[in-house]
Design a binder for this molecule. Structure first.
Ligand SMILES: Nc1ncnc2c1ncn2[C@@H]1O[C@H](COP(=O)(O)OP(=O)(O)O)[C@@H](O)[C@H]1O
Ligand SMILES: [Mg+2]
Length: 347
């Protein structure tokens, strides 16, 4: 049997463009070349699709994030498939290693459905739901999971319900990588925090800050079965008030503790909640499900990431590595799962 032809798409128009490049670089280096032939497509910040050399490497150097140049061979998206330099790219399946809006939000998934290409990860609806926290939270609640109390605002004119006392978190409904997110310790800081979040998204969430641990758990779909990884605890240095962009990507100041330090029974409770959330949102392929384990003992779901950070040292691959699935095998499994799906509307 010939090799499966995989198009890795990276970059993108979202504020997580650079993070996507780093994730894709990891995939490119680890993917099993005995099983897969690769095409690499980079989407620039302005939205151009470019055909990139498969040897491209993107890393953070001296604290500077990687980028792709705006010049190169453009890829056109047609009903015949993806065309670069006048030639159709041979593609069986797409691995959209894209984070945030236009990548993780159902839009590229819709485009791929329309041109009839299989892809790794969740479909249109689940991607869209998980991208927008104002829709994901009610779905989690309806499935019986606890979420942090909060409201959705679209301007700085709102009335704060009395239960939303400080400390609060203010965040864009559809951002990622903590961009635009702030913790509000004094009520006088709230208006500025909302203004800041509104510069990232027209819809903003104000929610009660949960005091406790941040716990993450990964799910992988293979042969229509779901596997839940070990549960990890995010431990960040005391220099950071919360798990912000700098802590996540620039300073490498996060330590993942696996298994998380939790009282008896809580790990299982979290794994169960992760599966419930994955199914309630209709996710496919993979997802990282993020929780808080509150000081009160409650398990509170924060969000689902349908295309989580995917470098070899990112949380999703690390959690599976701890569970016995290494990075290379994880990539193989994800692509095989995508290949097993139908390209028709009944998926
Ligand atoms: N309600 C909350 N209570 C405590 N910390 C929060 C809360 N909401 C967000 N945070 C902090 O902000 C970070 C980013 O928020 P999150 O909702 O995960 O958005 P993103 O999609 O940007 O990752 C979280 O990892 C956590 O550190
Ligand atoms: Mg998060």
């Amino acid at each position: 049997m010939g090799k499966v032809k995989v198009a890795i798409i990276c970059g993108g128009r979202s504020s997580e463009n650079e993070i996507s490049l780093i994730s894709a670089s990891g995939v490119l280096q680890a993917i099993d070349r005995n099983l897969f032939d690769i095409e690499l497509i980079g989407i620039t910040k302005s939205g151009k699709w470019l055909h990139l050399p498969k040897e491209s490497i993107f890393v953070v150097k001296n604290g500077v994030l990687p980028t792709i140049s705006e010049n190169g061979i453009e890829v056109s998206i047609t009903s015949q498939g993806l065309i670069a330099g006048g030639k159709k790219l041979a593609v069986d399946v797409v691995f959209p290693v894209l984070h945030g809006p236009y990548g993780e939000d159902g839009t590229i998934q819709g485009l791929l459905e329309i041109i009839g290409l299989r892809y790794v990860g969740s479909g249109v609806l689940a991607s869209a739901v998980c991208m927008d926290k104002s829709y994901a939270k009610p779905i989690f609640s309806a499935a019986g999971l606890k979420v942090a109390p909060g409201i959705v605002v679209t301007s700085n004119k709102f009335e704060l319900p009395s239960e939303l006392s400080v400390p609060l978190f203010v965040k864009p409904a559809r951002s990622g990588s903590s961009k635009g997110t702030s913790k509000v310790n004094r009520i006088t800081e709230l208006a500025d925090a909302v203004e800041h979040a509104l510069s990232f998204d027209s819809k903003v969430i104000i929610e009660k800050a949960v005091e406790g641990k941040e716990i993450e758990c990964a799910i992988l779909e293979t042969d229509k079965k779901l596997t839940v990884s070990a549960v990890g605890e995010i431990s960040i240095s005391k220099d950071f008030e919360f798990y912000d962009f700098q802590a996540k990507y620039i300073d490498n100041s996060m330590e993942l503790i696996v298994p998380a330090n939790l009282p008896e029974g809580v790990e299982d409770e979290i794994k169960k909640a992760a599966l419930i959330a994955f199914s309630a949102a209709g996710c496919e392929g993979l997802a990282r499900v993020d929780f808080f384990y509150a000081n009160t003992g409650e398990v509170i779901i924060n969000e689902i990431n349908t295309m989580p950070g995917f470098t070899p040292t990112s949380v999703y691959p690390k959690l599976f590595e701890e569970s016995g699935v290494d990075y290379k095998l994880l990539i193989t499994k994800l692509i095989n799962t995508a290949m097993s799906k139908s390209v028709s509307i009944t998926r």
